[in-house]
Design a protein around this ligand. Sequence first.
Ligand code: ADP
Ligand code: MG
Length: 242
Amino acid sequence: MSSVSLEGKDIHLSFGKNKVLRGVNIDVAAGTTTTVIGPSGSGKSTLLRALNRLHEPEQGDILLDGKSVLKDNPDELRQRIGMVFQQFNLFPHRTVLDNVALGPWKLQGLPKEKAHALALEQLESVGLAQKAQSRPGNLSGGQQQRVAIARALAMKPEVMFFDEATSALDPELVKGVLALMADLAKGGMTMVVVTHEMGFARSVSDRVLFMDHGSVVETGPPAALFDDPESDRLKRFLSEVL
Ligand code: ADP
Ligand code: MG
């Protein structure tokens, strides 16, 4: 697996007068996982979207593998960063296999047969090869999310972003998706994971970043943040979510 470092330096972003990111720094070493936690509206999703330039930051720099990507074609950048959302956004009328194969085929120009072979391989890796010919609607939410992860991985990303990937799932389906994410992390993928799953943040991530009001209030290894929070804001947040 090719994995690279990702850095966001002093990222600023506003929507109109609403300053949503106020100079955010994030430094994810190659092959490590950083979880981003914080209250609703603190700017977590916007941070991910700024880092892959779905929203262009007004100020700051983004580096992949140590090199600034601000002048690159944003479509190319987005192929280097796989993204998994709360809503799976699978094409309902396509088979599971087609959903995974479409990116490599249509966006990356792989011949259709090769894209299908690759898609099947990715489905095997998430334990869903037997569902290749099903429609997404016939799968459980957890299975659909694993397909969405396979779809992102089929593009051979260098970094993976997860934005509350388990928040829309029934509780009994959350575990399987988190286990898959943990496997990816252990396999050396560079990941940024926005989550409310504090167990995952503590046991899987190398670093945790706590955001509030568009700023990083505290960052560090999970044990330090969870067992010994410094700021009142993080203490209050943890008392509400743990
Ligand atoms: P979080 O993911 O931490 O809940 P968001 O990044 O979604 O927070 O939102 C942070 C702030 O940015 C909120 O005030 C939200 O209303 C605002 N915001 C997010 N996306 C947009 C958008 N596309 N247009 C305008 N405002 C937005
Ligand atoms: Mg969000």
